[in-house]
Design a protein around this ligand. Structure first.
Ligand SMILES: Cc1cc2nc3c(=O)[nH]c(=O)nc-3n(C[C@H](O)[C@H](O)[C@H](O)COP(=O)(O)OP(=O)(O)OC[C@H]3O[C@@H](n4cnc5c(N)ncnc54)[C@H](O)[C@@H]3O)c2cc1C
Length: 411
């Protein structure tokens, strides 16, 4: 319980995938730091389900590097039953012969248990993270909507509205992880670069006739890129997670279809690689844009997750990138603890920012360019895509760097 006016080392605002993962990493790497995680929504029964935006009906492709990180946190045994391993990725362009396949054994670096990665439903990931947090000395403050932040030389003052009225605390470091379009960043005067893609990601869980065999498909259709990701079987059903990125108007049309008609459209765009698509679960649409904050750190302040960078999901990179950011932040603060530095000290946060710059630039650029290439209609763009896929098949170094980027190995 955080008392009114308490003073702690690190306050994390936002209990989504970013905030919860950082809290776990800080508890492991910086056990001497006191950490509070503040979430505006109630965490009703963290053991059963977590009603936060991060942990909705989507599924997340975790790169091999992220699996290794969760293993280091001791969470792989808890995650494994909910994960479908990805042993192969097949990239193809509808109506064209060329395609490219990646398998785990052709990578530059050893992968996690021979996998390229694994897919987990977000609704399963949330309870695993929060059950682990409940066993650690991290203070959960919820519901607590942080409304006021003031950064000063000594640290940060936070004020929130909770169930029992207002609360406040002082922290030496504030980590803002409150999602895209963050009001707290606006309050702090942090601007964001934005690109509106005018696209929507349509997301649904599909039941299929045949097993996916551990294959993740990335297929470039006339409407836009379609990912079909393997999911673990449930109640005897073979399942896959669909993420179909379409222009806004096409997405609206597809969302208005009856479920059977929607399944038919998916079948005709995806083909019969998993046999007949039997049914679709609830269809959700996510408007897509690129947001990158102009500043990600200041003295006593760091931005993390969607509020720092919100990416196109075509390459499944957003959370994987955030995990790598979080790992570097936690290990940088741990090194600072050893030499008696305050977690909000500018030199530490600058060191963190410098270490993360290249990976962020590459990952953001990769997520931004792939949809642009594959969204372009017409013969020429189709030809370029085919040449690109053929190039990936033929040029081992190009393919290795594509896999390295997609698999999220430390860059
Ligand atoms: C369709 C889609 C598919 C994706 N697939 C993948 C994938 O396969 N692989 C991958 O790596 N990434 C993927 N991503 C990206 C991934 O979902 C994001 O990286 C992740 O959701 C980031 O979460 P977050 O914690 O930063 O933000 P959020 O989930 O938005 O969490 C922010 C939290 O802050 C809380 N909050 C907000 N304001 C306040 C306040 N004032 N006080 C207290 N709390 C507050 C909110 O309630 C919320 O719980 C995908 C994204 C989309 C849209």
């Amino acid at each position: 319980m955080v008392k009114l006016g308490s003073r702690i080392d690190v306050a994390i605002v936002g209990g989504g995938m970013a905030g919860a993962s950082l809290a776990l990493l800080l508890a492991k790497f910086c056990p001497n730091l006191s950490v509070a995680l503040l979430e505006q929504r109630p965490l009703m029964d963290p053991g059963a389900s977590i009603a936060l935006p991060s942990f909705d009906t989507r599924a997340t492709a975790l790169a091999a590097g992220s699996l290794q990180l969760f293993d280091e946190l001791g969470l792989w045994p808890q995650l494994k039953p909910y994960c479908a391993p990805i042993s192969r990725v097949r990239v193809s362009d509808r109506g064209r012969a060329a395609g490219v396949a990646f398998t785990a054994d052709k990578q530059r670096r050893a992968s996690f248990a021979g996998m390229l990665g694994a897919v987990i439903e977000n609704a399963a990931l949330g309870p695993v993270l929060y059950r682990a947090l409940a066993r650690l000395p991290v203070t959960l403050v919820s519901p607590a909507q942080v409304e006021r932040v003031r950064v000063c030389d000594q640290g940060v003052d936070l004020g929130w509205q909770g169930e029992d009225g207002p609360g406040c605390l002082a922290a030496r470091l504030l980590v803002v992880a409150d999602g895209v379009d963050s009001p707290l960043c606006r309050q702090l005067g942090i601007e964001t670069e934005r690109v509106e893609y005018r696209q929507r990601a349509l997301v649904a869980t599909l039941a299929t006739q045949r097993d996916h065999g551990g294959v993740a498909y990335e297929r470039f259709t006339d409407r836009g890129p379609m990912a079909m990701l393997p999911l673990p079987r449930r109640d005897g059903s073979h399942r896959m997670a669909l993420v179909w990125t379409c222009p806004e108007e096409d997405a609206g049309e597809l969302q208005a279809l009856a479920p059977a008609a929607f399944v038919q459209r998916v079948q005709s765009a995806f083909g019969w690689r998993a046999g007949r698509i039997l049914r679709s679960g609830e269809l959700q649409g996510y408007p897509l844009s690129l947001h990158v904050a102009w500043e990600q750190w200041r003295r006593n302040l760091v931005l993390l997750g969607n509020c720092a960078h919100f990416l196109h999901p075509v390459a499944g990179q957003g959370f994987n990138l955030t995990l790598r950011d979080s790992y570097h932040l936690a290990t940088t603060l741990a090194a600072g603890c050893c030499t008696g530095e305050s977690p909000g000290q500018l030199n530490l946060l600058e060191e963190y920012g410098r270490a993360r710059r290249l990976d962020q630039q590459l990952t953001i650029g990769f997520s931004d360019r792939v949809p642009a290439l594959f969204a372009a209609p017409g013969l020429l763009a189709g030809g370029l895509r085919q040449a690109g896929l053929l190039g990936l098949n033929l040029a081992p170094s190009l393919r290795a760097s594509f896999i390295g980027q997609a698999a999220g190995f430390g860059l």
